[in-house]
Design a protein. Sequence first.
Length: 461
Amino acid sequence: VRREFRGLWIATVSNIDWPSRPTLTSDQQRAELVSILDRASAAGMNAIVLHVRPAADAVYRSSYEPWAALLTGTQGTDPGWDPLAFAVTEAHRRGLELHAWVNPFRAGNASDTLPGRLASNHVYNQQRELVRVYASQLWLDPGEPAVQDRTMRAVLDIVNRYDVDAIHLDDYFYPYPVADSARRLIPFPDSATYARYGAGTPIDDWRRANVDRLVERLYREVHAARPTAQVGISPFGIWRPGNPATVTGLDSYSAIYADSRKWLQNGWVDYLAPQLYWKIDPPQQSFTALLDWWLANNPRGRHVWPGLATYHVFDANNPWPASEIAAQVAATRARPAGGLLFYNTSTTLSRNGGEIAGLLARELFTDVALPPASSWLGSGSPAPPAITVGATTAAGTSVALRSATMPRRWLVRSRAGDVWTTRVFYGDQGAQTLPGAVDWVVANAVDAAGTLSEDAVWRRP
């Protein structure tokens, strides 16, 4: 079976991907989400990355933060269901991992401070001293210890209450720099915080240390809560201009204080998904040159899965050919990367009649793949399952898998006539109906670190 992570970002902020608008009923929202999961599975994906904390709010039932306005149009209004709980169940039912995507420091837009827009339990109203207004944005100050505590409280609440496969951060740490009308960069308003906590450290180094502290703490505390839950980060694709030598562009190390190379080298992530949202050819930001650089800066052998920008295929001003996405998949497979993530759901699954999804299903993801194992999170191989094969009906052949300890997933390969079928099920789905009159079954237990058991084999006498 192929080992390849095939992920899809579902952006909820501003209703980018889901729900399509905040006026939908709960039934309509569920139907849209099920449709996304069905189409993702049909395209060959094996993971979704669902945006559940876009701006100090919640797309899940939280005791700490308000319901996100994207669900009902009004922040703090209960939508009448728990989208994250539903998404976990429905994703796992289709063999898809569910990664919970959290923004640690974003808190909304400055316009949200108008009367009635922010819920009473939003951090702006609860602890105004932690929030900074930066240009058109609201930002939690990363230098405030209480901000880091608040972020970790939200993360651990998710990890402890939901069966997510991973916690995921994107590229938003300190805000991207904004210029004023005179084209002067607006400084981030944290001078008072720096005066309290900077202790004479140059302010740029202090800001980077604040982000480093959050990343290291995230990795440590998530694994203390659930040792096999993965931690992934998707940073801006360029660490620093000149790395590699041909690359130019924004310096995320100094602009948003993200020392993402350090996180990878220190093993503070289980996977890094740098946003390589450029074509292969231009040397200034070459997809392949950057991917090779990231792979070369991975001494602990963590997963490096590039982020691909399917939205560029539908850019009104400078559209990419869909063949560029296919070439990037091929280039990634030619390297020891082991996976990819696609941004975003709408452009990958829906635009132009599902052009990209069709390309993936027909040409690139024609086989079933398991995400690569994270051996550093595991402790040996699980025991192989016992296989019981029942009757064959018009629906197929019933098969039951059992193990002394429920695995995270089952990998099942079955033959009916001359046709082999490969399927992946979560551990609580050991009873299945396999297609056709099955005469051969090969099954493996897969633990939470992705390690396979030895084959268990059944053949019809």
